[in-house]
Design a protein around this ligand. Structure first.
Ligand SMILES: Cc1cc2nc3c(=O)[nH]c(=O)nc-3n(C[C@H](O)[C@H](O)[C@H](O)COP(=O)(O)OP(=O)(O)OC[C@H]3O[C@@H](n4cnc5c(N)ncnc54)[C@H](O)[C@@H]3O)c2cc1C
Ligand SMILES: *[C@@H]1O[C@H](CO)[C@@H](O)[C@H](O)[C@H]1NC(C)=O
Ligand SMILES: *[C@@H]1O[C@H](CO)[C@@H](O)[C@H](O)[C@H]1NC(C)=O
Ligand SMILES: *[C@@H]1O[C@H](CO)[C@@H](O)[C@H](O)[C@H]1NC(C)=O
Ligand SMILES: *[C@@H]1O[C@H](CO)[C@@H](O)[C@H](O)[C@H]1NC(C)=O
Ligand SMILES: *[C@@H]1O[C@H](CO)[C@@H](O)[C@H](O)[C@H]1NC(C)=O
Ligand SMILES: *[C@@H]1O[C@H](CO)[C@@H](O)[C@H](O)[C@H]1NC(C)=O
Length: 591
C-alpha cells in the first residue's frame, strides 16, 4: 500500500500496477494538496470534477482504471458497442482488465441460480466508456417522485432541466448520411443547447445510419399501439417509440464518454489532476470528518457502497463482523439495489440489417471506408429504435391484486416496459439475420444488494441483483413477453419473417412456460442503481441527503448511480450527467 501524497490524509490508496516509490503515479512537486478529491473518474465523477476545476478549485480525480484508448478503437467506434465482448452476461466471460471490473454476481435465485458477469467500466470514463450510448431522460413525474423522496424540489423536472441542458450539446440528425427517408422524425431542440461553443461537453446526436430491420420493428410496435412520439425522449415524456439520441460525437462518429468530453476539456483548460490506475481502498476519517478536504465518491453502483463499507459506513453488524471500525451506522448502504431485467423474442428475418453489414466479409471494406471517410454507415451506428409503454388493460388481466396495486403506486407517466429492437447474425438453416425484439421490465419490485466479504479493497464487492425474487416482476415479465409476441404477429413483419420463432420457440406458450424461459434467459440491461439511496431518514434506509452528503459524517458526498433513490425508467446516463452538474453547482454555491 502506498501513501504517497497528501491525498493520504483522507484516502488509503493502492496502485494495482507494480510500482516503486520513484515510479509512483504521484509525480509532481512534493506533497500535493487539494480542496476536493473525486474518487472514481467515471460518468458522474469526471463531470463533477471538471465543473469544480473550471471554477478554479483544486481538484484531484483518483481512478482505478487507465485510458480506454489502450483498447484501440474498441470503445470509440459506435458499431462495436454491442459486439464488445465486455458485455458477455455469462459466468464464463472473457476478462478485459483494461476496461472492466470483471464482477461476477451471486447466483440469482429467481433466475435458475445463474451467476452472471456484470460489466462495469474500470477506466477513465467509467461505464460511459463501455455503454451502448443510448441517451434519453426520465419523465416529469419521475422527477416529482425523486423530489418527494429527497425532500427537495431541486429534483423536479423544471429544476433539473437546466442541468440536462448544461451537460450536453445536441446535433440535429444528418438526414443525408442517415439516408433512410422512411425513418425521419421530429425532435424537440428546445430542451437542448445546440450549436454554441458554450454548450456542454457531452456530445449527443443521432446515428449516421439506420438498421433497416429497425424500420420494420418500428412499424410492428406501432401496430400494437406504440406510435412514434412526436417529441422524442428528452422532453420529460416516455411514451410510444422513437429513434433515440446517443452519446456520439457527430463530427467524428465516435463515442462521447465523460473522458472524451468533460475530461479532455478539463485537461486542456483547468488544473485538474488525474491519478489513473490508482485504487482508493479506504476513506480515512478523523472522528467523523474527512479532514481538511472534501471527498466526493463516484465509484458507481457497486463500488461506492463497497468503499463506504470499507471505510466504516454501513450496516453496523456487518462492519463489526469484519472488524471494521464503525464511523456511521447506516443500514441502507448496499441495500435497495434495483436492476431492470431484459429478455427477447427472436425470429429469422430477410431485411437488410446491421448483422449482415457487420458479418459479411465483402461489406467490411466499403463499410470501414464509409466510416473513416464519411463518418457514416453501419460502424457509425449504435442502436436505434426504442419504445415505452404502460401495459394496456388487456395485458393486465392476469395480474394479482398485489401486482396491480404495486404498479398503480407508480406515477401516471412512468412507463412499465421498454422495447428495444435489433438484429444479430443468423443461426444457419437459411436464417442469415435474427431479428430481435426485447423487453425490459423498468420498475423492479425485487431488491438486490451489494455487500463486502472482507475489509480488503482488493476483494470484489459481493453483488446480488435479486432478479425476479418479487412475484410482481415475474407477472410483469410474462405480460411483456406476450406483448413481444403480439408485435411479431401484428402483420407488418410477415413479409420479412422466415421460419418459425427462433427464441424461445412456439412450444413456449403457457404463463408457466414463459416464466421458465424468462428465468433461464433473462439478463441485465446494465442499469443497476439505488445502492446508496438518497432520502431523508437514515433509519429507513437513506444513505445520502438531497445534497448527496452521506449521513453521519462530514466532508463526504456520493455522486453516481448508487444514490438514485429508485431505478429510473429507461437509460440512466443522461440523468447521471445532469445530477453531477447539479451537485457541482450546489457545491459551488456553498450548499
Ligand atoms: C454495458 C453497459 C451498457 C449500458 N448502456 C447504457 C446506455 O445505452 N444508455 C445509458 O443511459 N446507460 C447505459 N448504461 C448505464 C450507464 O452507463 C451507467 O449507469 C452510468 O455510466 C454509471 O455512472 P456512474 O458515474 O454511476 O459510474 P461509472 O461510470 O461506472 O464510474 C465509476 C468509476 O469509479 C471507478 N472506481 C470504482 N471504485 C474505485 C476505487 N475504489 N478507486 C478508484 N476508482 C474507482 C471506476 O473504475 C469507474 O471509472 C450501461 C452500462 C453498462 C455497464
Ligand atoms: C497514468 O498513470 C501512469 C502511471 O501508472 C502515468 O505514468 C501516466 O502519466 C498517467 N497518465 C496520465 C495521462 O495521467
Ligand atoms: C511529503 O510528506 C511526507 C509526510 O508528511 C514527508 O515525509 C515528505 O518529506 C514530504 N515530501 C515532500 C516532497 O514534500
Ligand atoms: C425503409 O427504407 C429502407 C431503405 O432505406 C428499407 O430497407 C426498409 O425496408 C424500409 N422500411 C420500411 C418500413 O418501409
Ligand atoms: C478499428 O481498428 C482496427 C485495427 O486498427 C482496424 O482494422 C479497423 O478497420 C478499425 N475499425 C474501424 C471501423 O475503423
Ligand atoms: C391469462 O391467463 C390465461 C390462462 O393462463 C392465458 O390463456 C392468457 O393468455 C393470459 N392472458 C394474458 C394477457 O396474459
Ligand atoms: C382482488 O380485489 C378485488 C377487489 O378489489 C376482489 O374482489 C378480489 O377478490 C381480489 N382478488 C384476489 C385474487 O384477491
Amino acid at each position: 500500500m502506498l501513501f504517497p501524497s497528501c491525498i493520504f490524509a483522507l484516502l488509503a490508496l493502492t496502485v494495482p500496477v507494480k510500482s516503486s516509490r520513484s515510479s509512483s503515479p504521484f509525480p509532481g512537486p512534493g506533497n500535493a494538496s487539494y480542496e476536493y478529491v473525486v474518487v472514481g473518474g467515471g460518468t458522474a465523477g469526471l463531470a463533477l470534477a471538471t465543473r469544480l476545476a473550471s471554477a478554479e478549485k483544486s481538484v484531484a480525480v483518483v481512478e482505478a482504471g487507465g485510458w480506454a484508448t489502450e483498447m484501440g478503437n474498441m470503445t470509440t467506434v459506435p458499431g462495436y458497442a454491442f459486439s464488445n465482448p465486455v458485455l458477455a452476461p455469462i459466468e464464463e466471460f472473457p476478462p478485459i482488465p483494461l476496461l472492466d471490473w470483471e464482477l461476477l454476481s451471486q447466483p440469482q435465485t429467481g433466475a435458475n441460480d445463474r451467476r452472471v458477469h456484470y460489466a462495469a467500466g474500470k477506466t477513465l470514463g467509467g461505464s460511459s466508456a463501455i455503454n451502448t450510448m443510448a441517451y434519453h431522460r426520465a419523465t416529469k413525474q419521475t422527477h416529482r417522485r425523486w423530489a418527494d423522496i429527497a425532500g427537495h424540489a431541486g429534483y423536479t423536472w423544471e429544476e433539473m432541466l437546466p442541468f440536462f441542458v448544461k451537460s450536453s450539446t445536441l446535433a440535429a440528425p444528418d438526414w443525408d448520411k442517415r439516408d433512410t427517408p422512411n425513418a425521419t422524425f421530429e425532435f424537440d431542440s428546445t430542451v437542448f443547447c445546440t450549436g454554441l461553443p458554450s454548450c456542454g461537453p457531452l456530445q449527443v446526436s443521432y446515428s449516421n445510419w439506420v438498421d433497416p430491420t429497425n424500420t420494420w420493428f418500428a412499424v410492428a410496435l406501432g401496430a400494437i399501439g406504440l406510435h412514434p412520439s412526436s417529441l422524442g425522449f428528452n422532453s420529460g415524456s416516455l411514451s410510444g417509440g422513437a429513434y433515440t439520441t446517443e452519446t456520439i460525437d457527430p463530427n467524428s462518429a465516435t463515442r462521447s464518454s465523460s473522458q472524451t468530453s468533460y475530461l479532455s476539456w478539463a485537461l486542456e483548460n483547468t488544473q485538474l489532476k488525474v491519478y489513473n490506475r490508482t485504487l482508493a481502498s479506504r476513506i480515512v476519517f478523523k472522528n467523523t470528518k474527512a479532514k481538511g478536504v472534501v471527498v466526493i465518491l463516484s465509484g458507481g453502483v457497486f463500488h461506492s457502497p463497497q468503499l463506504l463499507m470499507l471505510s466504516g459506513i454501513g450496516p453496523k453488524i456487518l462492519l463489526e463482523s469484519l472488524d471494521i471500525t464503525v464511523i456511521s451506522d447506516l443500514p441502507g448502504v448496499g441495500q435497495n439495489l434495483q436492476d431492470p431485467i431484459f429478455f427477447s423474442v427472436q425470429s429469422g428475418v430477410t431485411t437488410p440489417s446491421l448483422a449482415i453489414e457487420l458479418a459479411d466479409p465483402n461489406r467490411l471494406e466499403p463499410n470501414v471506408e464509409s466510416y473513416v471517410n464519411n463518418q457514416a454507415g453501419p460502424y457509425s451506428y449504435a442502436g436505434g429504435y426504442i419504445a415505452f409503454e404502460k401495459l394496456p388493460t388487456e395485458s393486465r388481466v392476469n395480474f394479482s391484486n398485489r401486482t396491480s396495486s404495486l404498479l398503480d403506486s407508480l406515477p401516471d407517466d412512468v412507463p412499465e416496459i421498454e422495447y428495444l429492437a435489433g438484429s444479430f447474425p443468423g443461426t444457419g438453416n437459411g436464417v442469415t439475420t435474427v431479428g430481435d425484439l426485447s423487453a425490459a421490465v423498468l420498475n423492479p419490485f425485487s431488491r438486490g444488494s451489494v455487500t463486502i466479504s472482507s475489509a480488503d479493497a482488493a476483494d470484489p464487492p459481493v453483488i446480488d441483483m435479486g432478479w425476479l425474487t418479487d412475484p410482481a416482476d415475474a407477472e410483469v415479465a410474462v405480460a411483456a413477453f406476450r406483448r413481444l409476441r403480439q408485435a411479431w404477429a401484428a402483420g407488418s413483419l410477415d413479409e420479412w419473417q422466415v421460419g418459425p420463432e427462433v427464441t424461445p420457440g412456439a412450444e413456449v406458450e403457457t404463463d408457466e412456460q414463459i416464466l421458465d424461459y424468462v428465468r433461464a434467459n433473462v439478463i441485465q440491461i446494465w442499469h443497476a442503481s439505488a445502492t446508496n439511496s438518497m432520502g431523508t431518514d437514515p433509519d429507513t434506509g437513506a444513505v445520502v441527503d438531497w445534497r448527496a452528503k452521506v449521513f453521519g459524517v462530514d466532508g463526504l458526498r456520493v455522486v453516481d448511480a448508487s444514490v438514485l433513490p429508485f431505478a429510473l425508467p429507461g437509460h440512466p446516463q443522461a440523468t447521471i450527467y445532469a445530477f453531477a452538474e447539479k451537485i457541482a453547482a450546489s457545491i459551488l454555491e456553498g450548499n
